[in-house]
Design a protein. Sequence first.
Length: 114
Amino acid sequence: MPLLTRAYVIMEFFVSNQKNVVNVEDVKKIARLSRLHVEDTELQSLADDLSGILGWIEQLNEVDVDNVKPMTSAVAMKSPMRKDVVSDGGKRDQILKNAPKEDDGFFVVPRSVE
């Protein structure tokens, strides 16, 4: 199962999970749905970690963001744009200086197929 699908399965579980505490049985279910092998000795630790993550999410849900505009970056800036024109780059001679061998403006390479 691809990693994104596994993440989706886990997030779906959390969305449907109305309680904020993840127990060992929940971790087993998440692992089975995600097709991940988890050792029995790690189950309680993962349950505690996931419960902690849910607690942080609950804290974020309490933040009032009604008057906050959506943004794509933390810093307001415009991306530099260039004209969309086809060109050869204008650096052919500079680039060909690095070629071990060139002929009439082209790289000469050893033949790979006889």
